[in-house]
Design a protein around this ligand. Structure first.
Ligand code: 13P
Length: 246
């Protein structure tokens, strides 16, 4: 399967900065051997849609409403995202679980809504430092993924999963390739038990993936790409990671 390198810009950027970033990435991209996407702040979707039209980079959102339409102030629906060419929606990022109280059940419903709109959810799972130190990593990621499997049934083969250990996000601390692979193998087994097509589900690693460590992480058998925060804002670093996924 092709690997997927997805940037998550989080709450960074401006009209000027986005244009420069995307132009710099596109200038060095050529014909990538992997899939490439950027998850941009919702307010910049229109701008980025225009900048990315006809290019090899797909557009993503950082969230999607679990609701279809109506009185949900501040929410953005899947149908709205579709209108702006969104192919991927990140759901259940640890920052949304942590700062916005998103539960496993809500994340599962968001994934379901995305699938229903023809948007591929990038479902994030991952343990906190306290959970890892308590030996609960496997239990936590399995519980998070189980909710998504439970709600989405056989459609699960259409999702992307991102394993993002919370302690590795934005900290410069990366899971070693072996640590990441161990969790990825666990997630793969769980997906296989739920779907005969689990082999085609891309499992991304996220958490301080950068130009220096991407190749060794991406060489692991069950690491099918990366979800990149800080390094996705640096064109040369993002391009190096894309090259490492070839
Ligand atoms: P960093 O790459 O900045 O650690 O962020 C990872 C992440 O949260 C991507 O969604």
């Amino acid at each position: 399967m092709k690997k997927l390198i997805a940037g998550n810009w989080k709450m960074n950027g401006s009209l000027a900065a986005n244009e420069k970033l995307l132009k710099d990435i596109l200038a060095g991209l050529g014909q990538p051997a992997c899939q490439v996407a950027v998850g941009v702040p919702a307010i910049y979707l229109a701008q980025c849609q225009a900048l990315l039209a006809g290019t090899a980079i797909d557009l993503g959102s950082q969230d999607i409403s679990a609701q279809e339409v109506g009185a949900y102030t501040g929410e953005i629906s899947g149908a709205m995202l579709k209108e702006f060419g969104v192919r991927y929606a990140i759901v259940g990022h640890s920052e949304r679980r942590q700062y916005h109280g998103e539960t496993d059940e809500l994340v599962a419903l968001k994934a379901q809504r995305a699938l229903g709109c023809g948007i591929t959810p990038i479902v994030c799972v991952g343990e906190t430092l306290a959970e890892r130190e308590a030996g609960k990593t496997d239990e936590v990621v399995k519980r998070q993924l189980a909710a998504v499997i439970h709600t989405n049934g056989h459609c699960i083969s259409e999702i992307v999963v991102a394993y993002e250990p919370v302690w590795a996000i934005g900290t410069g601390k990366t899971a070693t390739p072996e640590m990441a692979q161990q969790v990825h193998a666990l997630l793969r087994a769980q997906l296989k038990a739920a779907s005969e097509h689990a082999d085609r589900i891309q499992l991304l690693y996220g958490g301080s993936m950068n130009a220096a460590n991407a190749a060794s992480l991406l060489a692991q058998p069950d690491i099918d790409g990366g979800l990149i925060g800080g390094a996705a804002l640096k064109p040369q670093d993002f391009l190096t990671i894309i090259a490492a996924a070839a």
